[in-house]
Unconditional design. Structure first.
Length: 141
C-alpha cells in the first residue's frame, strides 16, 4: 500500500504502522490523563474531571482539525494543544502545517504537560495547607 501525500509516496507496512500509531497515541493519552488529574485536583468532583477528560478524548481530533483550518488565517493557533493531540497523523505525513513537525508537536505537548502539572501542584499545596490549618484548629483543646 503506497499512500500519496504531497507528491511523496511512503510505504505503509501494516505491522510497522500499527506500532507507530500506538507510539504516537501514548503522548496524547498522557496529556489527557494529566488534564483529568488536574481537573480532579481543581474541583472536588472526580466525576466532572473524568467526564471532561473523556469529552476531550473524543473531541480532540475534531477540534484539532478545525484549529488546523484556522491556522492558515491565525498563526497563533498552531500553539494551541488540540492540533497536537492527534500525533497519529505523523505516521503518514511529515507535517501537520507548513512548519509544524513531530518534534515541535512533542515540545508543545511537553510545555502543556509542565503547565498542567504546575497548576495541579500549586492548587494541591494550597488545598493541603487549608486542610492542615482546619485540622490544627479542630485538634486544639
Amino acid at each position: 500500500m503506497k499512500p500519496l501525500l504531497d507528491g511523496q509516496q511512503k510505504l505503509a507496512v501494516v505491522g510497522t504502522q500499527f506500532f507507530l500509531k500506538v507510539m504516537y497515541y501514548i503522548p496524547s493519552l498522557l496529556i489527557i490523563m494529566t488534564i483529568a488529574f488536574m481537573l480532579s485536583t481543581l474541583f472536588k468532583s472526580q466525576a466532572l474531571a473524568v467526564g471532561i477528560g473523556i469529552f476531550v478524548l473524543f473531541l480532540s481530533s475534531t477540534i484539532g482539525g478545525v484549529i488546523v483550518l484556522l491556522a492558515e488565517k491565525y498563526t497563533w493557533t498552531k500553539f494551541l494543544i488540540f492540533p497536537h493531540l492527534d500525533l497519529t497523523v505523523y505516521a503518514l505525513q511529515e507535517k501537520i502545517l507548513q512548519d509544524v513537525t513531530l518534534p515541535m508537536s512533542l515540545i508543545i505537548l511537553a510545555v502543556y504537560y509542565i503547565i498542567f502539572l504546575l497548576i495541579t501542584f500549586t492548587f494541591f499545596q494550597k488545598r493541603d495547607l487549608v486542610y492542615k490549618i482546619i485540622w490544627a484548629q479542630i485538634d486544639k483543646p
